[in-house]
Design a binder for this molecule. Structure first.
Ligand SMILES: NC(=O)c1ccc[n+]([C@@H]2O[C@H](COP(=O)([O-])OP(=O)(O)OC[C@H]3O[C@@H](n4cnc5c(N)ncnc54)[C@H](OP(=O)(O)O)[C@@H]3O)[C@@H](O)[C@H]2O)c1
Length: 329
């Protein structure tokens, strides 16, 4: 006998910005796709540093008002948080051409949020593509945040080239673990900066050299790099000038509005917000399918424990990624 269609779904609700406790499991009406949308049955999403910043509304200086205008001035405008998803297409709107029921997909909902849920709808032309076929949904959800940021900043903005030397600060986080693997994929020589307990992880991902930030200050070692990517937020052009080659580029992904504006006039500083695209997701899928990019998963939490996942991410010491798994039983 055919199962009756579900009318409700479980999802994480938030009605205010604040501590992880603002995230509560609730029942919502199951969404249905508009003509050009797909309905995705989500098997895994994630809890990222970005999700936690948004929840607590700890955004870089100068971005408070623009971000509040997007996400809700007094309280969150969109009732369900989360951005990364891996799942399968449950149904499609009547004008959808790119996907069909049963397709396994991965992608990001971006500013639409609504990823920490059993189901979500997305326009077919959004950052959503077929998922890599050699990894699980949990692994697919884990590669998105760091992978897409690394592609945007290292490939698209810094145009990294074979033979260059790349330094990654914050090498053991989501962006760091992705950046090392991507920089290696492009044939660069990668150095990672992390603490003692993460040295083996960072080496295993392809870093030729590792600098332990608890023992060494890289700005004093006289090495120079073609690209320095700072995923921590404790570097500046002033600090890094002597560590960059003549045409070297400094990527600051974690800076305030003023630095972002000043960087427009400086050829050697790259700032901004990563732009996600279908092309980026497809490129990431190729890297994964040829074995050049692995998911680095620290912990997996069930959907109902999303607040606990955020509490762990808030500590600032995760290794790679934290995944939210969705059990549809
Ligand atoms: N602009 C954009 O578009 C964009 C895109 C993506 C992310 N971001 C931002 O980038 C930042 C990083 O994101 P993420 O997901 O990679 O963060 P994350 O995974 O939470 O970073 C945690 C890692 O940072 C390491 N770390 C902490 N202090 C360090 C230090 N002083 N030196 C080196 N490593 C250190 C920790 O290692 P230990 O435990 O060893 O300390 C831990 O492994 C976040 O603020 C995020 O919002 C911006």
């Amino acid at each position: 006998m055919k199962k009756p269609e579900r009318k409700l779904m479980k999802a994480i609700a938030w009605t205010k910005y604040g501590a992880p406790e603002v995230l509560k499991l609730k029942e919502f009406k199951k969404p249905s796709p508009k003509n050009k949308e797909v309905l995705i049955k989500i098997h895994a999403s994630s809890a990222t540093a970005g999700d936690c910043r948004l929840r607590a509304f700890k955004v870089p200086i100068g971005f408070w008002l623009p971000a509040r205008l997007v996400f809700g001035l007094i309280k969150p405008r969109i009732p369900i948080p989360g951005m990364d998803i891996s799942g399968e297409i449950e149904s499609v709107g009547k004008d959808v051409k790119l996907f069909k029921k049963g397709d396994k997909v991965y992608g990001t909902t971006g500013v639409r949020l609504r990823a920490n849920a059993e189901y979500t709808c997305l326009p077919e032309n959004s950052a959503l593509v077929k998922k890599p076929n050699n990894i699980t949904h949990e692994q697919a959800a884990a590669v998105l945040f760091g992978g897409l940021a690394a592609i945007y900043f290292l490939r698209d903005k810094a145009s990294i080239q074979r033979g260059q030397k790349v330094l990654v600060n914050g090498a053991s986080g989501a962006v760091g673990t992705a950046s090392i693997q991507l920089a290696k994929h492009f044939g660069t020589e990668v150095t990672g900066i992390c603490s003692t307990s993460n040295i083996e992880l960072v080496k295993s991902l392809g870093a030729k050299k590792v600098i332990d930030y608890t023992k060494e200050n890289f700005t004093k070692n006289k090495e120079t790099y073609d690209v320095i990517l700072d995923a921590v937020g404790n570097l500046s052009l002033h600090k890094c000038k002597k560590s960059l080659t003549k045409k070297g580029k400094l990527i600051l992904i974690n800076t305030g509005l003023l630095t972002n504006l000043l960087s427009i006039t400086k050829k050697n500083v790259i700032c901004g917000v990563a732009v996600e695209s279908k092309e980026g997701l497809e490129f990431l899928r190729e890297c994964i399918e040829v074995g050049d990019f692995d998911a680095v998963i620290d912990r997996v939490y069930p959907l109902e424990k999303t607040a606990e996942a955020h509490r762990y991410v808030d500590l600032g010491h995760k290794k790679g990624n934290v995944v939210i798994s969705v059990d549809h039983q």
